[in-house]
Design a protein around this ligand. Sequence first.
Ligand code: CDT
Length: 305
Amino acid sequence: MNNKSKYTAAAAQLGPIDPSEPKESVVARMLNLLIEAKTKGTELVVFPELCLTTFFPRYYITDPANLDTYYESEVPISLMSDMFELVRKEKIIISFGYAERDNGIPFNTSVYVDSSGNIVGKYRKIHLPGHYEYEPDRPFQHLEKRYFTKGNLGFPTFDTTLGRLGMCICNDRRWPETYRVLALQGCEVVTLGYNTPKHYPLAPEHDHLQEFHNHLCMQAAAYANGMWVIASAKAGLEDNCELIGGSCIISPRGEIVAEANTTMDELVVAQIDLNECTLIRENIFDFNFDIYIPLYIYIYYIFFY
Ligand code: CDT
């Protein structure tokens, strides 16, 4: 693989998607961001989690036909053909999230599409937050546990022309082991999308810290693992539910090098330099496999036996 160590990347933040907005309209908005990305010479563009529709786990949906409308049995290539064409022509890699049904099994999924126009990477969300049953006391639901099955692909990495990439999705970003599992496989850039309500009904005391916690976990992980993190929000007031913005690109130094200014559709652009991963990994956190792999096996052993 002919790796580029320096290139331009973007988090393509989306503003709110109303439940009545057709997927075609959302994809048109995504295409606009991709065209802007192209004019800025961007080679890697990251769209949010479940980005083709409103964040439907907010609703308790009892009509199966209605629920069906949120899922794709395969990547909606025809719906996104103009985007895929641009990706092919301009040699861009994109990532986006959608609700997948694979032989009837539902997953919260993210994919990479590269300049071949093919799906070259897939990840299915492992840390599914929220609850299974309708909870009438909540101002809105968070039924990811009901609507999705835990991901069954692990945390894979993908060798691309833009380095070794890996994905996680929203709640995964809060768990340090997500990044460490990716980093131990040599991942250099983690891409992720999120839908994070400002209000968390179970711990409203933390509402004012949502933006801080969003950046805290990703900045700490970028530094501790010597990786770039590109994080793309679905943001703004979506059907009366406020979603935080803060889409950003974080360097392996743990610094936010670019951040969204709005909670609308917005492209957040920065220069990626993969050499910065090496700087951290060789000088600060040297993943010395001789030490750490046996250590992890030991911890696993004392924990489970
Ligand atoms: N989509 C998603 O995973 N959102 C969660 C919300 C908080 S848990 C109910 C998150 O971690 O941002």
